[in-house]
Design a protein around this ligand. Structure first.
Ligand SMILES: *Cc1c(COP(=O)(O)O)cnc(C)c1O
Length: 479
């Protein structure tokens, strides 16, 4: 396909602008003006419409395809929520921060405040900041809050404990805040090795970061004990709630003993993500950490109006511009209100049911390294297929030819040739059955005709890429 620049024909126009009636004196200062016109492509409206429509058809998304990308939670995003988010568009985020601006931002501030209250209730926390722009950003904010807590108490802490199944952002976030990372191995049953954890725990541990269910999709039955042990040495416990859709309305991290939690609105509450964002990773904390929360924080006054606290001396400061990704929050807010308490409980039950259904229907053909009831996702290994020199990547590419976005492969790192499937709650049994049939076909081909898998994909505009080069030497030129 030609680039849009290559389609340009000198002098061709889509629209004709009226001549400018802005007096030259009102124009930008001369030194800021272009000396030559911008080299923009010149096309008719129809050329542009066809170009971008064709490009969009090459895109894979949850609106076109089943997208079982484990850990990333690609559930369907209801279109009604876009309408709600549009309502916030006319307001500049600076409005609320200007003198007198609070009065004309009451609706936006009320939404932020209510969103924080809802998330506090859902996670069992005392207060929530909606500022962080993504899960990893929430983690870093949370660990900064924990560091501020220890500093205020005069605690001398050096380490953050993470299990080896954790998402890579966990150790990265803790290291960014300045902690040394202690990694605990996974025991044969799929949870963090408790003995190794106890051996690593001491007075210099600042925090323990847990994902529960973990990236194997398993819920740790010792989670309360882990929280209690951590608290016995004044270490705080961090809950990675990126995939809170696994436990919505079933169990609240705050009730178990967690001190800090982040939630990915773009995985749990059905706001679109992919291609790097935008996301939102609000952070909830227990009482003792409230003084350190980022500013500005929205408050509800005694008279029912909403305002901002901007000057808390103990605050870790601002972690994002303005109020975070407001539009993402508006969609997630709509999602929570639309589903309500029963709807959220139903969503997590279906997410777990769907994952277990896929797991049960594939485990005779694919190795299941941790064979237990799973939560929102299940993790297979392509180790049996490897006997025929077929790897997880070959199965993933074959799925593309069959019209699916592949599951996550090669993560979590502790599973060799991992295939991590997360169907999400929004898929029907029919869709799951069709996907299962294709996965079964792939396992059969691995035995009988592995070459078909090795040469996939054959249906895409570009055939198989060098994965490393594609990631390291990205060419994201204007199409
Ligand atoms: C996605 C994810 C994160 C990071 O979230 P981002 O919004 O991508 O930064 C952290 N932990 C887990 C378990 C995740 O799945």
């Amino acid at each position: 396909m030609q680039l849009i620049y290559e389609k340009s024909v000198s002098g061709r126009r889509g629209v004709h602008m009226p001549a400018s009636d802005v007096p030259p004196a009102a124009m930008l200062p001369r030194e800021l003006l272009r000396s030559e016109p911008a080299a923009l492509p010149e096309l008719s409206e129809l050329d542009v419409v066809r170009h971008f429509t064709q490009l969009s058809r090459r895109n894979i998304g949850v609106d076109t395809t089943f997208y079982p990308l484990g850990s990333c939670t690609m559930k369907y995003n209801a279109k009604a929520l876009e309408e709600g988010a549009k309502l916030s568009a006319p307001f500049h985020p600076m409005t609320a921060l200007l003198p007198g601006g609070e009065a004309c931002s009451q609706g936006s501030l009320a939404m932020l405040h209510h969103m924080s209250e809802l998330l506090a209730e859902i996670t069992g926390m005392d207060e929530v900041t909606c500022q962080p722009l993504a899960g990893a950003h929430g983690e870093m904010t949370g660990i900064m809050l924990i560091a501020a807590y220890h500093q205020a108490k005069g605690n001398n802490k050096k380490y953050v404990i993470v299990p080896d199944s954790s998402h890579g952002t966990n150790p990265a976030s803790a290291a960014m805040v300045g902690y040394e990372i202690v990694t605990i191995p996974t025991a044969p049953y799929g949870d963090m090795d408790l003995e190794a954890f106890e051996a690593a725990l001491n007075g210099e541990v600042a925090a323990v970061m847990m994902t529960c269910p973990n990236t194997l999709g398993l819920f740790n039955p010792h989670i309360k004990e882990i929280c209690d042990l951590a608290h016995s040495v004044d270490a705080l416990v961090y809950y990675d709630g990126a995939n809170l859709n696994a436990i919505l309305g079933q169990v609240r991290p705050g009730d178990v003993g967690f001190d800090v939690v982040h939630v990915n609105l773009h995985k749990t509450f059905g706001t679109p993500h992919g291609a790097g964002g935008p996301g939102s990773g609000p952070v909830g904390v227990k009482k003792g950490l409230i003084p350190f929360l980022p500013m500005p924080q929205v408050i509800k006054r005694a008279d029912g109006s909403f305002g901002l606290i901007t000057d808390n001396p103990q605050s870790i400061g601002r972690t994002a511009n303005f109020f975070g990704n407001f539009g993402v929050m508006a969609k997630a807010y709509g999602y929570i209100l639309m589903l309500g308490r029963e709807g959220l409980i139903d969503a997590s039950e279906k997410a777990v049911l769907n994952a277990n259904y896929v797991m049960a229907r594939l485990k005779d053909l694919y190795e299941l390294p941790y064979d237990q009831t799973c939560m929102h996702e299940c993790v297979f290994s392509a180790s049996r297929q490897m006997q025929h020199d077929v790897h997880a990547i070959d199965i993933a590419k074959f799925l593309i030819d069959k019209g699916y976005h592949p599951p996550t492969v090669y993560f979590p790192l502790i599973v060799k040739e991992a295939i991590m499937i997360e169907p999400t709650e929004t898929e029907s049994k029919e869709t799951l059955d069709e996907f299962i049939a294709v996965m079964r076909e792939a396992a059969e081909l691995a035995e009988k005709d592995p070459a078909v898998l090795k040469r996939a994909p054959i249906s895409t505009p570009i055939s198989r890429l060098d994965e490393t080069k594609a990631a390291r030497e990205q060419n994201v030129c204007f199409a």
